[in-house]
Design a protein around this ligand. Structure first.
Ligand SMILES: [Ca+2]
Ligand SMILES: [Ca+2]
Length: 224
């Protein structure tokens, strides 16, 4: 296991925020409000994924309904809005969909089996998922001007996963899964932090340890 040590977890967050040119793609989404000097707020420590921007939506699984949550904005910079939704659909199944143009693409992240387990239990109020959340975020991880979509699910504590999708230049199968990351236990802070290099950090423990993942050339890999 490759790990990197720094002085403290808070230092990671503060340094990342200080150096960060905030994640941003195109314009036009009503939820998109990226800022280069995004202030440190309690909210930064209350998400599964911290992109240091307001460009995310999150909901407790028990609060999701048929309308669900939607992340919308021009993710690929073509001037048109894309949407990603997480909602409770038919037969109480949690559905995650990406929409580009007129077409929708089912997004079926593995998420350590969480999504499958949730849908097999078929009951959003089950005690097993009482403290679980789903979060949709977007950030340009490889600097090509197109946002990647990050679908995350977890309890912000022991069990957290995120799946990374690219937005393809096509109306069908527009959202392609390129990698998944198992989050660590960050002691009440974010399981995943996007740093100033747009790498995904997964902090764990109390000694400032984290693992670092990079998305580049169409794949997600662990930094050496
Ligand atoms: Ca677009
Ligand atoms: Ca990108």
């Amino acid at each position: 296991m490759t790990t990197k040590s720094i002085f403290c977890l808070a230092c990671v967050a503060v340094a990342a925020i200080g150096l960060l040119a905030a994640c941003s793609g195109g314009e036009g989404g009503s939820t998109k409000n990226a800022s280069a000097d995004y202030p440190v707020t309690k909210k930064d420590y209350d998400n599964i994924v911290n992109t240091h921007t307001d460009f995310y939506v999150i909901s407790a699984l028990k609060d999701l309904d048929s309308k669900g949550i939607t992340l919308k904005g021009d993710l690929d910079g073509d001037g048109k809005e894309e949407r990603v939704t997480a909602r409770i659909g038919n037969q109480a199944m949690l559905e995650i969909m990406g929409y580009k143009g007129e077409y929708g693409t089912p997004m079926q992240p593995v998420l350590g089996g969480l999504l499958e387990e949730y849908n097999s239990e078929n009951d959003s109020t089950t005690a097993d998922f009482a403290d679980y959340y789903v979060q949709l975020s977007a950030c340009d991880l490889d600097g090509d001007g197109r946002d990647e979509v990050i679908v995350a699910m977890g309890d912000k504590s022991l069990t957290n996963y995120c799946a990374i999708y690219t937005v393809r230049d096509a109306d069908t199968d527009s959202f392609k899964l390129v990698g998944e990351i198992d989050g660590m236990t960050p002691l009440s802070r974010n399981p995943f932090i996007i740093d100033e290099n747009k790498h995904v950090l997964t902090p764990y423990g109390s000694q400032g340890l984290y693992e670092e993942y990079i998305y580049d050339k169409g794949t997600v890999f662990k930094a050496q």
